[in-house]
Design a protein around this ligand. Structure first.
Ligand code: ATP
Ligand code: ZN
Length: 300
């Protein structure tokens, strides 16, 4: 056997709610790729990084088994599989490197309209339909509630009307599906978003270097999405007040304005979104010619 080239494999969802944003994230990290003929793998052209396109449910397992070095999946799937794997073997199956800023949803209980069930405490001795049996069992245990968990792989919301369960625990984003199925939303047990996973296995140095680089770029992409570059003219006397109005900003650059002693130009990077209210407050503090610009790239 010749040495395997040190290419990093990243597993992402093949087709679903996380696919577009996961591919977009990798592209923003500088990755250019061509898809293979079977559409199951995308080969990195300019970095030693290949992308495996799979079902989201398979991603935590692929990372745990070191088939892939990295993976992106929803925290809901990641946590469910983590609890499941921990039962088989009491060692952390993967490392969660960081949260990503998309795929937001929540895992929540829901109770049929008109039923006496209102909260988790009232579920004692009842049946709960879910696709997240490990998370739900773990939660019930911590709440000291004994109930039967009925596993559904999809269409959980119809379980009560089919007479298969008394309540459900499912992913919600807007809540429209619950309303359409005459269900009332209850306790949230997990706030979810996409996360970046890494294999628990020690990676060789050549790979570790690229993983480090990729992680730093992901960090940069996340920061840039929220960050704004702000320029304005402001009274010198109001500088402290203006700095206090800018969310998550570092020390501003202050430049003289030709022929003005009392006013300066202020340039600053804000690491949080800038809203109209902030601009109005800046104006009230004496700022003029306020410009807010998107940041293209950032390397902290
Ligand atoms: P696959 O074919 O890959 O198994 P799937 O049907 O299980 O796909 P999707 O519906 O595409 O998965 O959802 C993928 C992930 O998107 C979810 O696991 C969750 O983390 C996130 N997500 C965000 N909003 C929602 C939502 N409203 N409903 C379900 N999942 C959501
Ligand atoms: Zn799935």
């Amino acid at each position: 056997m010749t040495d395997k080239p040190a290419r990093i494999k990243v597993a992402i969802q093949k087709s679903g709610r996380l696919t577009e944003q996961s591919l977009d994230l990798l592209q923003r990290c500088g990755l250019k790729y061509t898809k293979g003929p079977d559409q199951l793998i995308a080969f990195g052209e300019n970095m030693p990084v290949d992308v495996l396109l799979v079902r989201d449910d398979d991603i935590p397992g692929l990372v745990r088994d070191d088939v892939c070095d990295l993976g992106i999946a929803g925290l809901n799937i990641v946590e469910e599989k983590r609890l499941h794997f921990l039962q088989q073997e009491p060692i952390e199956p993967f490392r969660i490197l960081r949260s990503l800023d998309y795929g937001h949803c929540r895992l929540a209980f829901a109770y049929p309209d008109g039923s006496p069930l209102r909260n988790v405490a009232s579920l004692e001795g009842r049946r709960i339909a879910t696709s997240y049996p490990s998370i739900v069992r773990d939660y019930l245990r911590r709440q000291n509630v004994t109930a039967t968990v009925v596993e559904f792989s999809g269409a959980v919301e119809i379980a009560p009307s089919l007479g298969r369960a008394d309540a459900i625990c499912d992913l919600v984003s807007t809540g429209a599906t619950l309303i359409a199925n005459k269900l009332r939303e209850g306790e949230t047990i997990l706030e979810s978003h996409a996360v970046l996973l890494q294999t628990p296995v020690q990676v060789p140095p050549e790979k570790a270097e690229w993983i480090g680089k990729l992680l730093q770029r992901v960090e940069g992409v996340m920061q840039v999405r929220e960050s704004k570059y702000i320029m304005m003219h402001a009274p010198k006397a109001a500088l402290a007040q203006i700095a206090a109005l800018l969310p998550g900003s570092e020390a501003p650059t202050v430049l003289p304005l030709d022929g003005r002693d009392d006013r300066v130009a202020v340039h600053v990077v804000c690491r949080e979104n800038v809203f109209w209210e902030t601009l109005e407050s800046l104006k009230a503090a004496g700022a003029t010619s306020v410009l807010v610009m998107p940041v293209e790239k950032m390397l902290a």
